[in-house]
Design a binder for this molecule. Structure first.
Ligand SMILES: Nc1ncnc2c1ncn2[C@@H]1O[C@H](COP(=O)(O)OP(=O)(O)O)[C@@H](O)[C@H]1O
Ligand SMILES: [Mg+2]
Length: 360
C-alpha cells in the first residue's frame, strides 16, 4: 500500500436516493494542510464526518496510518474535529474547556499541558476566563487548543473561520497556517471560500455535487483547471465555446465564434473535432488601442469597450465582440487612470499558453 497518512478509496455515501459522496478517492501525506472547497451542499461536511468516524461510508474504504478504519469508533481514531460552532462549554472556564478531554496526566500534568496549549494559540493568561467574556477570534482559538489537546494525527476543521468578520478572518488565516506548520499536524479544513482555501492550503480538493473533481495546489487549480466548474470557482474566467480544428505540437487551433484561437494543450487534450471551451482569465489578456498589433499573436481579436470598472488594484473592461459576445479583460491599475473609455475600439491578444482547453 501507499505511505499516505490518510487514504480514501472509492468512497460513496448515500442518504436515501441522495448521493452525498460519489466515488471519492484521495491520499493525504503527513504534515499537509489540505482544504476541501466547494459550494454549500456538495458533501464537504459529510466527507469530514466520515473521516472522523461519525458516518460510515456506503461503499469504499478509509485507511489511516495504514489501518482500515471501518470498525473503529470516532474516539479510537487518531483524529479530532473542530466544529463550526466551537461547541465550548459556557459554564466552564477556558482552562477547563481546553483540558476537558485530557485524562491520565494528573492534575498538575493537565495544568501544564493546558498552559502549553494556551501559549500555542496565544491565549496565555486566559485560563480563568469564561467563553462569553472572549471575542469571536479568541473563542475560535480556545476551540482549536481543545481540539489539539490530545495530539491528533489529523485535525479536521469544518468552516473554522466562518463566524469571524473579514479582517479577523484574514488575520486568523495567517495564524492558522503558521500554527499548522509549527505543529506539523495534518489539517483538513472545509471551506466554501476559494480565497480562504488558496490562502491556507498546500493542496486543495474541489468538490462538486459529491464528487472530488480536482486536487492540486492553488496555482494549478487557477492556471490549469480541469473543468469549467473549477475554473469559475477560483476566479473570473472567459469561456469561449468552440471545436478543435487541429493540433500542432502542444498548441491546438480552435474554431470559435470569435474566429480561430490558439491554446496551449496537454498531451492528453481532446483532438480534432472535439467540442471544447477555451478558458481565459481576464488578466491574461493584453489590451491595446484598435489596430495595434499586440505582441501576443497569433491570438488577435477586436472589440468595443462597453464598461470600465476601477477596482483599486486593477481595472476591469467589458468588451463587446463582433459576434455579440462579451469578453472581460483586466489590467493592473498601478496608479494609472483607465487608458480607455466606453465606446473605444480595442485590440485584444493573448499568448496560447494563457488559455486552457476544457471539455465542453
Ligand atoms: N444526515 C443526513 N441525512 C440526510 N441527508 C444528509 C445528511 N447529511 C448530509 N446530507 C445531505 O448530503 C448532502 C451534502 O451535505 P453536506 O456534506 O453537509 O454538504 P456541505 O458541507 O458541502 O455543505 C446534502 O444534500 C445534504 O442535504
Ligand atoms: Mg458543511
Amino acid at each position: 500500500m501507499s505511505t499516505a497518512l490518510l487514504s480514501l478509496a472509492h468512497v460513496t455515501k448515500a442518504f436515501g436516493a441522495d448521493m452525498a459522496l460519489d466515488d471519492v478517492s484521495l491520499d493525504l501525506a503527513a504534515g499537509e494542510f489540505f482544504c476541501l472547497l466547494g459550494p454549500s451542499g456538495c458533501g464537504k461536511s459529510t466527507l469530514l464526518r466520515l473521516i472522523a468516524g461519525f458516518e460510515a461510508p456506503t461503499s469504499g474504504t478509509l485507511h489511516l496510518a495504514g489501518e482500515d478504519m471501518a470498525a473503529r469508533p470516532p474516539h479510537r481514531r487518531p483524529v479530532n474535529m473542530m466544529f463550526q460552532s466551537y461547541a465550548l462549554f459556557p459554564h466552564m472556564d477556558v482552562a477547563a474547556n481546553v483540558g476537558y478531554g485530557l485524562k491520565g496526566l494528573g492534575r498538575a500534568g493537565i495544568a501544564a499541558r493546558v498552559d502549553e496549549l494556551l501559549r500555542l494559540v496565544r491565549l496565555d493568561g486566559f485560563g480563568r476566563r469564561r467563553p462569553d467574556t472572549l471575542s469571536g477570534g479568541q473563542r475560535q482559538r480556545v476551540a482549536l487548543a481543545r481540539a489539539l489537546a490530545r495530539e491528533p494525527k489529523i485535525l479536521l476543521l469544518d468552516e473554522p473561520l466562518g463566524a469571524l468578520d473579514r479582517t479577523l478572518r484574514d488575520e486568523t488565516q495567517g495564524e492558522l497556517r503558521a500554527l499548522q506548520k509549527r505543529l506539523g499536524t495534518t489539517f483538513i479544513v472545509v471551506t466554501h471560500d476559494p480565497g480562504e482555501a488558496m490562502a491556507l492550503a498546500d493542496r486543495i480538493g474541489v468538490m462538486d455535487r459529491g464528487r472530488l473533481v480536482q486536487v492540486g495546489d492553488a496555482a494549478t487549480l487557477y492556471e490549469r483547471p480541469a473543468t469549467r466548474f473549477v475554473a469559475g470557482l477560483l476566479g473570473d474566467v472567459n469561456l469561449i465555446a468552440g471545436q478543435v480544428a487541429d493540433r500542432t505540437g502542444d498548441i491546438a487551433r480552435v474554431e470559435t465564434g470569435l474566429g480561430s484561437l490558439h491554446a496551449g494543450v496537454q498531451p492528453d487534450a481532446p483532438g480534432a473535432g472535439a467540442a471544447v471551451v477555451v478558458a481565459l482569465r481576464p488578466e491574461r489578456i493584453v489590451l491595446g488601442p484598435a489596430d495595434t498589433a499586440t505582441d501576443a499573436e497569433p491570438n488577435a481579436l477586436a472589440g468595443h469597450v462597453t464598461e470600465i470598472t476601477y477596482l483599486g488594484d486593477r481595472i476591469r473592461h467589458r468588451v463587446r465582440m463582433a459576434d455579440g459576445s462579451e469578453i472581460r479583460a483586466t489590467v493592473a491599475a498601478g496608479g494609472q487612470a483607465p487608458a480607455f473609455a466606453p465606446g473605444d475600439a480595442v485590440a485584444l491578444g493573448f499568448p496560447p499558453g494563457a488559455a486552457t482547453l476544457l471539455p465542453a
